[in-house]
Ligand binder design. Structure first.
Ligand SMILES: [Zn+2]
Length: 285
């Protein structure tokens, strides 16, 4: 039953590094097993009854997020406003309707615990630093706490919110938007690593090819450069001009309404005679 093929599973492939080799202790295994039983409960009920499970040291519900954690709340509660604001940010920025569906967020104490927990639920799940898993019940986001936790959880919850809102986008756009919304702070285009790297690429005349991106197959997920390229296109569309922003918002609304969408590049062509020039100018600002 619990195999990847049995579920509508969306696994984030961003963090493709090997699992930590340190052996998992008995206590942790027991905790993960109990926690997995808690997950089965929530799948069956499709409500936030999981928070009634006695196995989670920390349980917290706000808005459409149910957080279940083995990490003391004091470690991450300062970040929570940046998580709870995410649905409104998506709605406002993308001008789409964001479903109010429940999303379960698990915060485990380290990477080992995350790997063990994910494998308890989905034995064939790959080892990843953060996952979004979709089933018939609530969406489930699995994370572990570390310095970049808020970025990870915003990234995965962006996938979850787009999914539950009926926005089934091409993978590169789904990842581009997740990368975009993982950023917190005053500057929405100030991604900690992508902005400078994209500017450097542009300085050397390397411009992301939108048409090529639209036609690529991403069967095994995106590589790190493709994540950056996806982010740079989405960010360009949302911030280069009011015209491109409106065009992209309309494109997303068409996706959500299940209307024929076509290629982004075709919609942009009448507005932007030279993609290369417009993209370069934006990242030279
Ligand atoms: Zn992702």
């Amino acid at each position: 039953m619990n195999s990847l093929s049995d579920f509508a599973v969306r696994v984030d492939l961003r963090y493709a590094f090997p699992a930590c080799p340190r052996p998992i202790g008995t206590t942790l295994l027991r905790l993960c097993l109990i926690a997995a039983i808690g997950f089965a409960t929530v799948i069956a009920s499709s409500v936030c009854s999981w928070s009634q499970e006695p196995t989670w040291p920390v349980k917290h519900t706000a808005g459409q997020f149910c957080i279940h954690s083995t990490v003391p709340a004091a470690q991450f509660e300062a970040y929570l406003p940046s998580l709870y604001s995410l649905p409104a940010e998506l709605s406002q920025t993308l001008q789409v309707s964001v479903a109010q569906e429940l999303i379960q967020v698990v915060v485990l104490e380290n990477r080992e615990a995350l790997d063990a927990y994910a494998h308890r639920i989905f034995p064939s799940a790959p080892n990843r630093g953060a996952l979004y898993i979709r089933h018939r019940g609530p969406g489930l986001v699995l994370t572990y706490f570390h310095d970049g936790w808020i970025c990870d959880v915003r990234h995965e919850c962006t996938h979850a919110l787009l999914d539950v809102s009926g926005l089934t986008l091409p993978l590169w756009q789904d990842e581009g938007l997740a990368e975009y919304f993982e950023t917190i702070g005053e500057n929405p285009i100030g991604h900690t690593s992508h902005l400078q790297a994209t500017r450097s690429q542009v300085r050397y005349g390397q411009v992301v090819d939108l048409q090529k991106m639209e036609r690529m197959e991403f069967g095994s997920g995106l590589n790190p450069k493709e994540y950056r390229d996806a982010w740079s296109i989405v960010t360009f569309l949302l911030h280069s001009s009011e015209e491109t922003r409106s065009m992209y918002q309309q494109y997303l609304q068409d996706h959500q309404s299940k209307r024929a969408v076509g290629f982004l590049s075709h919609r942009l062509a009448p507005k932007i005679p030279s993609w290369r020039e417009a993209f370069s100018d934006f990242y030279r600002r």
